[in-house]
Design a protein around this ligand. Structure first.
Ligand code: FEO
Ligand code: CA
Ligand code: CA
Ligand code: CA
Length: 719
């Protein structure tokens, strides 16, 4: 089970094990398709029966997957899942495992020093906020590698040319998100109680983003981080940021302004709507073609709370409007248990009720300029942002694809008004402030529409609660409710297929991780007037979300009409339905051509057309994942949909964050919240990773970034 601080919309464990009649026909139908693909006669299937067919398939599938349109092949063989050992009641391995011929090494873990003056991490967790503010944060999630050459910035385009045709990139800057904190492990043996400002400040400092420099060592394929790099930087829950775009300066963003110090937050006035403090619950990410990092604020609602119900009114804004907006985004009395509001009045959603409006955005950061101020880009909408994936089309027009991760929320795209300029980096600095946000409607016939969220259109009027475009963006969820967008099974990461090897389509994928509130009785939907409490609807199944009680999740993909990002329509299909092929129930068996997986979350195309799928399920080899084991990273062929298991993880964690050097020869992934069932007096109750993998001192599990290389120096996943 996940720890108590894991965002509540992530829990997918269901141990009921409902048995029903095995849908043999569906299973055999799936295997037959695999069989035909490998050019073996279907008559053999009938003769051999299920078990032998499985054996044969494994033999056949062990061969490399050859290149094809838009795809350069997969060269590794699947590894075995990390299952529960019945004798110990624990997973077989408290380790990251990768295929033969590959190496996985821990690069950096929670608490490691990344800025000048930062202390070495102390395993008793007694270090305070001032140390944590210079150390790698907790619970790492999305990340991106920005190449350096001789200590200087190089553009992604240049690096790619260098990497694929010449010398390997040997250094870079990694930006990594820190999604949340496990307070029991963060604060040493005392734990969170009693709540103090010192503990809240440490928790706030462990959130946000770490920006740090890495380089290849002179020995073999190993990498190391720099302790004293001039690029080393931390963004936390208290870092000052600029607010830009159509909502900047809006009355709904003028929350109380505080003097934030180590001893408390003291009100000193009112914010101007152009300034925000901090970024939290930075889940997945994106980046821009001009070399900036995009960090996404997901379950930010969980940091707010209140002890006293009395709402402090805001002049000119009805109390009912503020409370309805908080309910639509899941801002509640107790939050998720971080208890910041008990010591920091900035996070009290009754006495500082506009502060939640300053969270839920995509934040742009320039990793190459440590003095630059992060910018909250309001044009991309306010919701529970998972990731943001850009696509540039043949006319240099630019769009960003995004999911809002909560049950029955929506998929969005933002199209910039002006084209991307690949020749002048500075010309792109405000592209994210001007454009149109759209939300997706998936029709049952495999077509879909992008519906514009523009003030004055599609019912987004003052009469319906949207006074201006700024309010449409601050109330993005309510706007999407109003225009009839399709409620999805928890949209997580988006990924865009590279247009290589003759593949011309603009094809985007999105993980829909699971949904326990799909297809139950009585049915309910997100109300068009925006009054639904976040995550509370129970919509019926539809073509894009076809399974009731979707425990294992699926991956959907769409192609833009006319191969342009400005398209207002698309066609779509379901890439795979995750599941357990050993189960018997039709809605649990899944539809995967290859290795099983559960709750797909992280999703990324490498430059060679391989689709990498990371998972975030609960259970660690128990209940619904008894045949799947720990969380995983798999690699898929987007043409044949064949899935191979590449990586298995240690105890009580999720696998997330994936990026690589431009040459594709070094991959970085994150292991988040290992051992998060541990408590303050026994933090390594279930896991001692990464110490169990030879990294750092004993005694406390730590989220960490892992480097994956090939022993022969080849491209990760390649032939
Ligand atoms: Fe932070 Fe939706 O995962
Ligand atoms: Ca998660
Ligand atoms: Ca997740
Ligand atoms: Ca996630």
């Amino acid at each position: 089970m996940k720890g108590r601080f894991h965002p509540k919309n992530d829990v997918s464990l269901n141990q009921s094990g409902n048995e029903s009649i095995r849908d043999v026909i569906e299973r055999m139908g799936m295997k037959r398709r695999r069989f035909i693909m490998t050019a073996v006669g279907t008559s053999v299937l009938t003769v051999l029966g299920d078990v032998t067919v499985n054996g044969l398939l494994q033999t056949v599938e062990a061969a490399p997957i050859p290149p094809s349109s838009g795809f350069q092949g997969i060269g590794f063989e699947s590894i075995k899942p990390n299952l529960l050992n019945p004798a110990t009641g624990k997973l077989e391995k408290d380790l990251v495992s990768v295929p033969d011929g590959y190496k996985a090494e821990v690069l950096i873990a929670w608490g490691d020093p990344i800025m000048p003056g930062a202390p070495t991490w102390s395993p008793d967790a007694t270090q305070d906020a001032s140390a944590q503010e210079k150390q790698y944060g907790m619970h790492s999630d999305g990340m991106h590698f920005f190449p350096l050459s001789g200590g200087r910035e190089v553009s992604n385009r240049t690096a790619r040319r260098v990497g694929n045709q010449g010398p390997t990139v040997n250094s870079g800057i990694i930006c990594v998100n820190h999604e949340y904190t496990q307070e029991t492990i963060l604060h040493g043996s005392e734990g969170l109680t009693p709540v103090t400002i010192a503990k809240v400040r440490k928790s706030q400092a462990a959130h946000g983003v770490s920006i740090f420099e890495v380089s290849k060592t002179r020995f073999g394929n190993s990498w190391t981080f720099e302790r004293n790099s001039p690029y080393g930087r931390r963004l936390t829950a208290n870092t000052e940021m600029r607010v830009s775009g159509p909502a900047a300066g809006n009355a709904l963003l003028k929350s109380k302004k505080f003097n934030i110090t180590s001893t408390g937050s003291v009100q000193i006035g009112v914010n101007d709507g152009f300034t925000a403090y901090g970024t939290v619950n930075n889940c997945a990410n994106g980046y821009t073609p001009w070399g900036t990092y995009l960090t996404c604020e997901e379950n930010w609602n969980g940091y707010f709370g209140h002890l006293d119900e009395t709402l402090v009114s805001t002049p000119g804004i009805p109390d009912a409007e503020i409370l309805a907006a908080q309910a639509r985004y899941g801002v509640t009395k107790n939050g998720f248990g971080y208890r910041w509001h008990e010591a920091d009045p900035r996070f009290n959603n009754r006495t500082n009720p506009l502060e939640p409006h300053l969270f839920g955005w995509v934040v742009e950061v320039d990793p190459y300029n440590p003095q630059s101020k992060p910018v909250k880009r309001t044009a991309l909408g306010r919701f529970k942002h998972e990731s943001v994936q850009y696509v540039v089309d043949d006319q240099n027009r630019l769009a960003f694809y995004m999911g809002c991760d909560e049950r029955n929320e929506y998929i969005y795209k933002f199209v910039c008004s002006r084209p991307y300029n690949p020749r002048a980096r500075g010309a792109n600095s405000n592209l994210l402030d001007d454009g149109i946000l759209y939300v997706a409607k998936f029709n049952d016939d495999g077509t879909g529409q992008w519906i514009a969220l523009v003030h004055g259109q599609n019912g987004l009027t003052a009469q319906n609660g949207f006074r201006n475009q700024g309010e449409v963006l601050i109330k993005t969820r309510e706007a999407a409710d109003r225009v009839g967008a399709t409620m999805m099974d928890r949209p997580e990461w988006t990924a865009a297929r590279p247009r290589i090897n003759g593949f011309q389509e603009i094809e985007v994928y999105c993980t829909l991780t699971n949904n326990s509130r799909r297809g139950t009785n009585p049915a309910s939907v997100n109300n068009p007037d925006g009054t639904t409490a976040g995550g509370s609807a129970r919509p019926p199944v539809d073509a894009a979300n076809p399974r009731p009680d979707n425990r294992y999740g699926h991956i959907i993909r769409w192609r833009e009409t006319g191969r342009t990002v400005t398209a207002s329509s698309f066609s779509w299909d379901i890439f795979l339905e995750a599941g357990d092929s050993k189960r018997t129930e039709a809605n649990l068996v899944g539809n995967i051509n290859g290795d099983d997986l559960s709750s797909p979350d992280g999703l990324w195309f490498d430059d060679f057309g391989r689709l990498w799928i990371q998972t975030d399920h609960s259970g660690d080899g128990k209940g619904d994942v008894s045949n799947i084991g720990s969380n995983t990273m798999s690699c898929a062929d987007p043409n044949t949909k064949e899935v191979r298991l590449f990586l298995t993880s240690p105890t009580d964690c999720e696998v997330t964050g994936v990026t690589s050097t431009p040459d594709g020869k070094t991959m970085f992934i994150n292991i988040q919240h290992p051992g998060d069932s541990g408590d303050a007096t026994n933090p390594n109750l279930t896991s001692n990773w990464p110490h169990s993998q030879g990294y750092g001192p004993d005694g406390r599990p730590r989220s960490a970034t892992v480097v994956i290389t090939r022993n022969d120096g080849g491209i990760i996943g390649g032939l």
